[in-house]
Design a protein around this ligand. Structure first.
Ligand code: SF4
Ligand code: SF4
Length: 365
């Protein structure tokens, strides 16, 4: 009898805690406003890349001209960037940018509120990456800016080479990771691996987990999706999980297990997305927390679906970003519900579903 009351007491306690969290999330959702000054720049530095990944169409863009470090510096002087706290540097392969060091100097010198730089690299050119990082790390430390590096690894051994379209892609990425881990403080403040899941690598995805655990490097898993920045629309049936029923089922189970293992909202969101093809998270780009600046100086609301709003070399970035809010509204209405990019924090509906799942698991114990 006593056991029964303890059980009911616990049920009421958890139900109430979950309800309060849900109400809080709903309140935050309604109160959220579109910002005038973003806090993060998504900054692909170059269209140049030494890989040809199955989910990427960067090869189609490789002839396009990139901004120079001087041009980047002059763009970043615009008031739009006065409250930027983080810069996500990617590409192409950012370490192939000829004036990489000068671009980093522009970022460090022109952004007064900067707190973190996060670089995504394919990790292929080990020596060049180590040299550039070593120099950048000391500059970042002097300014109190955190430096994080993410290496893209989608498979172990031959799977990575196939997925990334380059021989020795795995051997070199592995070497880069090991060299950095051997003397981490010299190169970065944080190192992690980003693993992008397609219909090709899902059946062997656990090998990435085993490899990264052996190196003691955390992994973030994402789903490959259609993305304007890397021009992959024509390749849609070549990689999307939704184009292969079996792969989609495997990935759904994988993300549910990841959610159970880590408790992360992100993984529950991706599990829901694969089940329903619907988004259950907020996106920082929906509220202008983030701004995208492309290598040809175009401003966008996000890298995934936003059109180019105009060149920041010709018009004030602030005007482009804040003068196109009607288009932002249309973008959200048309594309966001089926996009899985930047899925970190569940919205109210997603949180309710996650709590239901927790209660169900609790009862099944
Ligand atoms: S996904 Fe990244 S590494 Fe691969 S081809 Fe595209 S830009 Fe290069
Ligand atoms: S299309 Fe995707 S990345 Fe762009 S604002 Fe919408 S949810 Fe965010």
């Amino acid at each position: 009898m006593l056991e029964k009351y303890i059980y009911i007491g616990r049920y009421i306690k958890w139900k109430s805690i979950f309800k309060l969290k849900e109400i809080n999330r709903l309140r935050q959702q309604f109160q959220r406003k579109v910002r005038k000054y973003p806090n993060t720049i998504q900054l692909p530095l170059t269209y140049v890349c030494n890989f040809d990944c199955v989910m990427c169409g960067m090869k189609n863009l490789s002839g396009k001209k990139d901004f120079t470090a001087e041009e980047l510096g002059s763009i970043l002087k615009d008031p739009l960037f006065s409250k930027i706290e983080a810069v996500g540097v990617n590409g192409g392969e950012p370490f192939l940018k000829k004036d990489f060091e000068q671009c980093m100097d522009a970022i460090l010198n022109e952004l007064p509120a900067l707190k973190a730089i996060n670089i995504i690299s394919n990790g292929y050119c080990t020596d060049k990456i180590l040299k550039d990082l070593s120099c950048l790390k000391s500059k970042c430390s002097a300014k109190g800016v955190r430096l994080n590096l993410s290496i893209s690894v989608d498979g172990y051994g031959k799977m990575q080479d196939f997925h990334r379209g380059r021989k020795n892609a795995f051997v070199n990425a592995d070497r880069t990771c090991r060299e950095i881990m051997n003397n981490k403080g010299q190169y970065v403040d944080g190192l992690d691996v980003i693993c992008t899941i397609t219909k090709h690598n899902i059946s062997r995805i656990n090998e990435v987990d085993v490899w990264s655990k052996a190196l003691n490097i955390p992994v973030e898993y994402n789903i490959a999706s259609l993305n304007r920045r890397i021009d992959n629309y024509k390749k849609e049936n070549d990689f999307l999980l939704f184009s292969d029923w079996h792969a989609r089922r495997l990935a759904t189970e994988f993300f549910y297990c990841k959610y159970k293992e880590t408790g992360k909202e992100k993984y529950f969101a991706l599990y829901l997305y694969l089940r329903t093809h619907k988004r259950y998270t907020e996106c920082p780009c929906m509220y202008n927390d983030w701004v995208t600046l492309t290598p040809d100086a175009q401003i966008g609301y996000c890298a995934t679906r936003s059109k180019n709003l105009g060149s920041a070399l010709e018009t004030s970035a602030y005007e482009l970003f804040n003068g196109n809010l009607k288009y932002l509204k249309m973008l959200k209405k048309k594309y966001c519900s089926e996009c899985c990019h930047y899925s970190y924090r569940l919205n109210y509906k997603g949180l309710v579903l996650m709590h239901k799942d927790r209660m169900k698991n609790w009862f099944m114990r």
